[in-house]
Structure formats: C-alpha cells, structure tokens
Design a protein around this ligand. Structure first.
Ligand SMILES: [Zn+2]
Ligand SMILES: [Zn+2]
Length: 287
C-alpha cells in the first residue's frame, strides 16, 4: 500500500515525565529568576563570567564532538582517555547519559519527521525544542542502543552519570568559593552552573527545532533538516544540519573551510596531535 494511503496510527495519550519536568523547571527558574536576582543584589565577578564561558565551550563541545559526532555517528575514532574526557564534558551539559542521548539521536536520523522520531519537528516548534522531554517516549527501542552498549566507556559514563552531573555543578561552586567565600560560590554556581546549563540546553534544542523548521536546504529535501549558520554560531558548527542529515558520518557539519564549525576544527586539530584518527568525510566514505 502506498505510504500516503496508510491510516495514521492513533497517538497514545501522553504520560508526563514528572522528574524531568521538575528538573527542567528548576534549571529554567534558576537561570531566568535566580541569575538576574543575584546580578541585581550582588553582581557577578569576572571569574563568574570566565567560568560561564569556559564551561559553555567545554560542555557544548562535549555534546557536539563527544555525544554527537563520535558516539552517535562514529565520524572519527579517538584514544580511550580522550573519549572519556568528551563524555565527562558532555555529561556536565545535563542532556542525559551518552548512551541514552546517542540512541535517541540515531533514532532521530532513522525516523526523521515520523512518529518514531524522538524530537519530530512535524509536531511543531515547542515539541521539537523541549516538549518531547516532558512526556513518556512510546517509541523508545533498545535496538538503537545495542551498538553503544558494547562500548565499556559509554557504559561507564552511563553508570556514573549522576556523580558526573553533580561534579559539573560543584566545580563552579568550588572555584567561586575559593575566590570569594559563600557568596562567591553561590554566584559562580548560579551563572556558570545553572545559567550555563540552561544556555547549552537551549542551544542544543535549537538543532532539533530551528534547524528542522527554518533555513536553507542546499543538500537535499529528503527530510525537514535545514542549514542555519546562526545556530552554528551557538552550537559549535552543528547548525549546518541539512548537510549533516545528507552526510551523517562526515566529521564536519560545515564542510567548507569558511563554515563556522569549531567542532570539526577541534577534531582535526586533535588528529594532528594523534589523539583522534580515522576522520570520515563524505568523499572518503564514497571511495
Ligand atoms: Zn536533525
Ligand atoms: Zn546527527
């Protein structure tokens, strides 16, 4: 039967995931109320802003290079300790363990724009941006995680995900505390811990929402993926999403030298140092 004639399967009633919802509300309130209230009352120091910037870059690259290009797409290989470092940095972004994240992402590519796509952009901006997080996923399928489960470093990160997350929040507190006592610790925790987490979460969410709704499709219209250089500025190069959907295992998302893609620059630079190897591109895959 042609696909267009298939009856649409009835969507099951959504079950709210309360833990995730409460956690996200805490982070959002901390970032949107706690951060400005602290700025008004005490003000943030240069150290708070430096830690914010450093942790934004470190945790953002942990997601784009570690979770996404290394684990979900195997677009390069690397030394074990480098992989562990990327997975710790990615864990600090509070986007779930690499096992869960990468399995969801593999399913996104396999079922893009369909019901089984975990962040299906056909269901609208807010659903694909963050709404999908708050309801139980009825299409979860462990087959997408089976390859990842063979990787002992992935399983190690999955097992110790909670302490990894807590260490990422404790780090700015300790740095701020050493600089300026309890108030220093609280300020650095709020800005570089909670505010930074909220910022990185939303920049990642933009890939699933903005990059499937608005932008150009120079590499194909097989699915809703789009290129957005603006999103690339926030996400270390992940905004060239139409190219990425067309050439998923390319270690670059922006293939041209002038495309703003710090993730590919990092992977390439590490390859010169012998820390990453077997970098895949669309052309090497076609040989
Ligand atoms: Zn996508
Ligand atoms: Zn991808």
């Amino acid at each position: 039967m042609p696909q267009s004639q298939q009856p649409a399967s009835p969507r099951k009633k959504a079950t709210i995931k309360y833990q995730t919802t409460v956690l996200f509300c805490l982070v959002a309130c901390g970032a949107m109320i706690g951060v400005p209230a602290f700025a008004y009352t005490y003000g943030f120091t240069w150290l708070d802003w430096t830690m914010f910037a450093v942790l934004y870059v470190v945790t953002g690259l942990g997601i784009t290079v570690g979770y996404h290009r290394l684990l979900a797409h195997r677009s390069f290989d690397c030394l074990s300790w480098v992989k562990a470092g990327f997975l710790i940095a990615g864990g600090w972004a509070l986007e779930n363990s690499a096992l869960k994240w990468a399995a969801d992402h593999i399913r996104h590519h396999a079922n893009c724009d369909q019901e089984a796509d975990p962040y299906n952009a056909q269901r609208g901006f807010w659903y694909s941006h963050c709404g999908w997080l708050f309801i139980k996923d009825t299409h979860a399928d462990d087959k997408y995680a089976s390859r990842l489960r063979q990787d002992p470093i992935v399983m190690w990160q999955h097992r110790y995900y909670l302490p990894i997350v807590l260490s990422g929040l404790a780090l700015p507190f300790v740095v701020g505390f050493l600089y300026n006592g309890w108030i220093g610790g609280l300020g650095c925790f709020l800005l570089a811990g909670v505010g930074r987490t909220f910022a990185v979460l939303n920049s990642t969410f933009c890939i699933n929402s903005v990059c499937h709704l608005w932008g150009r499709q120079p590499h194909g219209q097989a699915d809703s993926s789009r290129d957005s250089w603006l999103v690339s500025l926030l996400t270390f190069g992940e905004g060239y999403h139409n190219y990425h959907h067309s050439y998923q295992s390319d270690y670059r998302n922006g293939p041209r030298w002038y495309n703003f893609d710090p993730s590919k620059w990092l992977i390439f630079t590490l390859s010169l140092l012998g820390m990453t190897n077997s970098l895949r591109t669309a052309s090497t895959d076609n040989k």
